[in-house]
Ligand binder design. Sequence first.
Ligand code: ZN
Length: 294
Amino acid sequence: MARKKLIITARINEYMPRQPNPHVPFTPDEIAETAAACRAAGASLIHFHARNPDGSPSHDPAVYAEIVAKIRARTDVLIDSTLGQITVKEDAARVAHIEHMGGAGTPKPDFAALDTGSTNIDAYDFAAHRFVTTNKVYRNATETCLFLARKIRESGVKPHLSVWAVPFLRTVDAFLDMGAVEQPAYVQLVLTEGGILGGHPATVKGVEAYLDFMPTRHRIEWTVCCKEGNLFSAAAVAIERDGHVAPGIGDYPYPELGCPSNEALVARMAELGRAMGREVATTDEARAMLGITR
Ligand code: ZN
């Protein structure tokens, strides 16, 4: 029997600098060009953050809309926008660009990222025996999550649910149970390396610990990403266990692969999927699997 198609999400930039990997896209044109190249290499979904030309975070709704329009003009790939992560504090400000894009006549993304809990994301430096920072809390109160989920939905966009630990996954189950998010849910299992202790380790066991607690009462498609570390071990487990993969140089520069472009990384991931019996999903196939109706 043919195995489930593999959805590759390219996490193209986050707030990653261009050292050591110079291929991180910043401007709307660079992001759109990367999106098209990743689609050609096998990605069916692109996750992006708007950046200013100098690489600093942009929260300008017009820039977000420009990026979505430029991606749509070049490729049919599904689009997943950030809410700005920890760089924006107020709940309403975090989702303002999504509401803007949800307006009549404005191009809008298919997904917006929603994290279903809070965690400490300070990095620990094991060589120096100290924390690099001690106050970086990724704060997402339940009322914040429910507010953001409602605003995203009202904008005609689907939340993609990011979880950093098992309690976040239990919260996904509750959100599905109460109808705050719709099935099928697209759930991203976040793994963290580089001294960031707030997520599961990017190991086989780190992924399996999530899978032991995957809600079974609801339809869920899940994927794995790795902040600040190599995703390939976790990706192999995800591919084996009928999950999906979300690589990208926004998360990690991959010096061991010669600091590749996003599309080169996507191509390697597609090759791994095919070698393990999982053909990559087209955009239409990903749309059907993830419940995107338009
Ligand atoms: Zn992101």
